[in-house]
Write a protein that binds this ligand. Structure first.
Ligand SMILES: [Zn+2]
Length: 490
């Protein structure tokens, strides 16, 4: 038996300026055929888990294409069409296959197809026909659509945020595929979309309110005929009609059992909806507790969350901390122009540099800096971290130190802060700082929790700002909590 492996992964922030182009997939993670196996067989990524499951079941895996770009603006039409042409062209050469293992993200938005993942999964279904099982993983930040469910036999979401279980979940999907092909199970997929959106701030799965919910989903697996349960938290920064939270249950031929579990999980989320609202710590709170907090603190710059599609170039928090005379802080800022200017100097040179931008459009100050490092910015991560990737490339980088003891890593490519190796590979010791600014919300915690005894999510401006109700949506559903109150009894 032969099972094809296909993936197009993008988390699209429709509020971000500009579109995501093909070169952003090229600069990200884009592999064909056997290269996919070489890249991911040992990675803590769902593709690694799928490879392992197929090997164990003695089923031939036919790797077609896997493409992923750093989260960013809406995917441009040409880029998506090109990716589909490459992927489906290669699949056509490999047909017939007995099954398809798929890796969509679930929150992809293309200019031409607001439900990008529903679109490519639907095209895949047309190509292979209704009898070939299509089974895969999705990110719990998916805005799940009916089209994604209709095109697939089973989708399994990661159960952790930060996503450190991607390989395990990929293996789970692979095993559902193997058992289906071997006639051991008959998966039926049930899904319910809730009229609410969970704040990104409350999506840490090891803490309540998510912990209790994920424990319930796990407990349901002990019920007869329940193969898989997924809590799909949703991605608030996409102005699409599916934006919001949902639940998937995969049952073994038993619709009634699946429905009972689906109802229990959706009722729990709905009835506890106010607990899923954000807290929104502001800079004043952080400054007032600065001296008492164990160091180094991890300050999560929520408004400039690179993993949620923000540009990664905001110096809002940087300015605020300097204004409050807070010193000894590490920042990583995407600013290719500043890298170029800095790299024209020699190590140890002092010069003036303008760094980054402000999402609130306030002009940024010119800082006197000393160049501490310049060179290529690639590094590897070999432990389970959010995103499951091994190879990272920030392009050329420069590291500068300001007069107020802020150390700034300037990068030429946008790379989210998912790995401590982003610092340690360049001789930076995280323990040397009072605070480390990471442009994320929950995802960086997997990388930093062992070195940062204090973790604070900071409500900063930007296209991933904590309070989703401040954004203007044209396409979301109405009513949708917390935008509108929903009066229903529990
Ligand atoms: Zn995610």
């Amino acid at each position: 038996m032969r099972v094809a492996l296909l993936g197009i992964v993008h988390e699209s922030n429709t509020f971000a300026e500009g579109v995501t182009r093909l070169d952003q997939f090229r600069n990200g993670h884009w592999h064909f055929g056997e290269d996919i196996i070489a890249e991911y067989s040992h990675a803590y990524h769902e593709v690694g888990g799928m490879i392992e499951a197929m090997k164990e079941a003695d089923i031939q895996l036919v790797p077609i294409m896997y493409a992923e770009a750093t989260p960013g603006g809406t995917v441009c039409k040409d880029a998506f069409e090109h990716l589909m042409n490459e992927m489906f062209g290669e699949l056509k050469r490999q047909l017939p296959v007995d099954g398809c293992l798929v890796v969509p993200h679930g929150a992809g938005v293309c200019e031409a197809y607001p439900d990008m993942d529903g679109h490519w999964l639907g095209r895949l279904r047309e190509m292979v026909g209704k009898d070939v099982p299509i089974i895969g993983t999705i990110d719990p930040h998916a805005n799940l659509s009916q089209a994604m469910i209709d095109a697939t036999n089973a989708l399994v979401a990661y159960k952790t945020n930060p996503h450190v279980d991607q390989r395990t979940v990929g293996k789970e999907a692979g095993m559902i595929m193997a058992d289906t092909l071997l006639g051991r199970i008959k998966p039926v997929q049930l899904f319910a979309s809730l009229p609410l959106a969970i704040s990104i701030e409350q999506q840490l799965t090891e803490k309540n309110p998510c912990k209790e919910l994920h424990d319930m989903a796990k407990d349901a697996l002990s019920k007869e005929n329940i193969l898989s349960t997924s809590i799909v938290l949703g991605f608030p920064y996409a102005d699409v009609k599916e934006m919001g939270s949902s639940v998937i249950v995969i049952a073994d031929g038993d619709l009634a059992a699946g429905e009972a579990v689906l109802d229990k999980l959706t009722d729990h989320i709905f009835c506890n909806r106010s607990a899923f609202n954000g807290i929104k710590n502001n800079i004043k709170t952080i400054v007032s507790t600065w001296d008492q907090m164990p160091k180094p603190m991890l300050l999560l710059d929520m408004g400039d969350n690179v993993g949620g599609g923000s540009p990664g170039n905001s110096v809002y928090l940087f300015d605020q901390l300097e204004n409050e005379a807070k010193e000894n802080v590490f920042h990583c800022v995407f600013d290719p122009a500043a890298v170029q200017l800095a790299n024209a100097h020699a190590i140890g040179d002092k010069f003036e540099l303008n760094i980054g931008q402000r999402p609130d459009r306030v002009p940024t100050p010119t800082r006197l800096v000393t160049l501490a490092f310049k060179g290529p910015g690639s590094f590897d991560e070999t432990t389970p971290r959010h995103g499951g990737q091994v190879h990272f490339d920030m392009g050329p980088i420069a590291i500068v130190k300001t007069e107020k003891n802020h150390v700034v890593m300037l990068t030429s490519l946008r790379v989210p802060p998912y790995s401590l190796r982003q610092l340690t590979s360049f001789g930076i010791n995280p323990l040397d700082f009072d605070a480390i600014v990471a442009k994320g919300v929950n995802a960086p915690i997997a990388a930093y929790k062992d070195v940062c005894p204090s973790i604070v999510q900071v409500n900063t401006p930007g296209v991933t700002a904590a309070d989703m109700t401040l954004f203007h949506y044209d396409n979301r559903r109405v009513p949708l909590y917390p935008f509108e109150e929903i009066s229903a009894s529990c």
